[in-house]
Design a protein around this ligand. Sequence first.
Ligand SMILES: *Cc1c(COP(=O)(O)O)cnc(C)c1O
Length: 353
Amino acid sequence: MRPLIARISSSALAHNLEVARRHAGGAKLLSVIKASAYGHGLSRAARALAASDGFAVLNIEEAVTLRQMGIEKPILMLEGPFDAEEMSAYSELNLTPVLHSPHQLEWLLLAGEPLNVFLKFNSGMNRLGFSLADFDAIAAWAKARSQVAQVTLMTHFATADEDFGIDWQWERFIAKAQAADLPISAANSAALLRYPETRRDWVRAGIMLYGASPFADVSAAELGLKPAMTLQSKIIAMQNLKPGEGLGYGLTFMADEATRVGIVACGYADGYPRHAPTGTPILVNGRRTRTLGRVSMDMLAVDLNNVPEAGIGSPVVLWGEGIPVEEVARAAGTISYELLCALAPRVALREEQ
Ligand SMILES: *Cc1c(COP(=O)(O)O)cnc(C)c1O
């Protein structure tokens, strides 16, 4: 069997939830498990994160899966209904829509039983959300609808993970929200970790639950988080390059000294980033070394000059325990979120404690 697997640690997920819980203080905690729980598997993550106060997903299908598992907690639909037809499923499954645009308010009138709703306001990210200029009218409209049980006010930060911070958005939003005397949801992982004033009633934790840091300048370990996914494989072939010989497609790596090379069963068709250049960190036999040359569809190459005992069958960690996914992401010019979410369906997930 091909040795590439992604080990998913339930205890790491539960541990990270505890860390999020500590930061959340008294706020209720929604575990964001969209995109197959950032690649970790929806139902597996939902089980490991069962102590959450609710979940947040994107698609009806995800919400159906959660309800079929017997989960009765609130399920926040992060972009609300995508068409009017979805409203009947929202009613049947008792889902909590994020409502961000006027056309969704019309669809809301089709709901059967009263639903809790999150009204999303655009405080500066300019992606989703009602204008803050319309705040009073929209909040009043929603409160007066028989289709609405509880209104929660929501916004989303564009720069919570960056030096720019959140004040510029938070001040605009909270000025309106405070006066309305309704529950508030603003914090994602970065805001939850860095800006306690944004915790309020519901926090929405995503990336931190999976054990990755949302910040470029603070590691997951420094935040007390444990990687929930370890992508591991083995060396399936060896090469000995002489000085002047090249390696892989395009021969982008040229050996300037004798180089022992291991060929690893993992490539871009598995979700490993093709943009990872020579020098991307990787673990062989528990030791840090570097990738060499271009990543192929099903394979990549590693430098074994500093891992002399390594050979066929030696264990390789692409990311996870011992090698933070953020480091691999940085080398490839992307973020941990993208690598985790892009894990290919052909990679088997193995759940463990
Ligand atoms: C995905 C998402 C989150 C979670 O963000 P993280 O940075 O992963 O914590 C929170 N809120 C909304 C609206 C989202 O779409």
